[in-house]
Structures are given as structure tokens and as C-alpha cells.
Design a protein. Structure first.
Length: 218
């Protein structure tokens, strides 16, 4: 029976979390909102609408949500031609594919952004499928993105492992019934990832690759 390795992308395979923090902060600033960068960092990984709601609250002018998301998208888009893959990202995906894992991406990115991320990873030959934000009604920490990834892989939850860098990834994976592995390269503390459901935590994709034999992806 096949196994599925489900990967978050931002902060897990590509070093983009702090770019998201900066560009969201600037989008909020341009719209007249003062939002601390540390608060933005904690919200990275949520879908755009959920991120805005978390940072501005339910009493915000919701008619301006689309404007904020568009501002962030325009600012972040300036980096599409130079997004940096994290160490070992492509190598890890290729190793897992060679070992018989069905590699699936589960990300809130879509369209040109997803294309830029995949170019950065440069491992399309190892990626079996992609579950993007365009494919589900609810983003992480809801289980739908992970469940959709499992559907694409044709693999049950008990035969899958999720790798991610945020508490939203860990919660989504736990709710979908898969084993969860955390990486620290997104900037969150190990304790936060473990509390949210990570059974193992590694520094980055290169560390996970070097430790593969003793990991949940063995």
C-alpha cells in the first residue's frame, strides 16, 4: 500500500515566512492599521481571510479584507523571481519519492504564487499532487487541506505523515488523523509545535533528510 508524505510549503520547504511577515505588515500599514510584526508572524500559515480576522478582530471593516489581501499579494509578488528554497528541500522530496512515498503539497498558496514556490523547490519530478487553497472551503487549521491531499494521493490517514512549520499545520494534520512532523525553519519554537501535535521536530528539510532513518518518515 502506498504512503503519503504531505508537505506544507511556506516556511517548510521555502524560506518565505519572514517575507510574508514584512509584506503583510506593510499591507496593514498602508491601510492604516498598526499590527505588531510578532503577531503577524504567529498568524502566518493561515489563509488570507483568516489571518486578517485574527489580527484585526471581528469588529473590523470586513469590506476592506479583499483590499488588504490584494495589497499583501502585490507586495509579496515582488519576490516571486527569487524565493529561496530551504536547505535540502528538493533533495528530501526526491528521496521520499524514491523510497515509495507519494509526495503531496498542501498549501494556502495558489496561482502564480504556487508556481513561484514550486520553481524555488525545483523538484516537480518528485511531487505527485498539490492541494492548494483554491481546492477547499476552509484552510488550516481545519483538516480539509490535509484531507484533500490524502484524497489526491489515494492514501488513508493512517498511512500518511504531514510535515509543516506552524501550529496551524500541526492542528490540521492532527484533526485529519495523520502523524505530524514539525520543522523549526519557519521560526516557531519547538514547544509550540509539539503542543500542537508534532511527534518529532527537526531544524529544516536537510536535518529531516539526514535523520530520516529514525523519523516518522522512515
Amino acid at each position: 500500500m502506498e504512503r503519503a508524505a504531505v508537505f506544507d510549503v511556506d516556511g517548510t520547504l521555502v524560506d518565505t515566512n519572514h517575507l510574508h511577515v514584512t509584506t503583510w505588515w506593510e499591507a496593514f500599514r498602508q491601510a492604516g492599521h498598526r499590527v505588531p510584526m510578532h503577531a503577524v508572524h504567529r498568524a502566518v500559515g493561515l489563509a488570507s481571510g483568516d489571518l486578517v480576522a485574527r489580527l484585526l478582530g471581528e469588529d473590523r471593516d470586513k469590506e476592506r479584507d479583499a483590499e488588504l489581501s490584494a495589497g499583501h499579494k502585490a507586495l509579496y509578488g515582488q519576490y516571486f523571481d527569487r524565493l529561496p528554497a530551504l536547505p535540502g528541500a528538493g533533495e528530501l522530496l526526491r528521496r521520499l519519492a524514491a523510497d515509495g512515498w507519494r509526495v503531496v503539497l498542501a498549501t494556502s498558496a495558489g496561482g502564480p504564487e504556487l508556481g513561484a514556490l514550486r520553481r524555488a523547490i525545483d523538484a516537480d519530478d518528485a511531487i505527485g499532487a498539490t492541494a492548494s487553497a483554491d481546492d477547499v472551503d476552509a484552510g488550516k487549521p481545519a483538516p480539509e487541506p490535509v484531507e484533500h491531499a490524502l484524497e489526491l494521493a489515494g492514501v488513508p490517514a493512517e498511512r500518511a505523515v504531514l510535515v509543516g512549520d506552524t501550529v496551524w499545520d500541526m492542528r490540521a494534520g492532527s484533526r485529519a488523523g495523520v502523524r505530524c512532523v514539525g520543522v523549526l525553519c519557519g521560526g516557531l519554537p519547538r514547544a509550540d509545535l509539539e503542543e500542537a501535535g508534532a511527534e518529532a521536530v527537526y531544524a529544516d528539510p536537510a536535518d529531516l533528510l539526514a535523520s530520516l532513518r529514525g523519523s516518522p518518515l522512515a
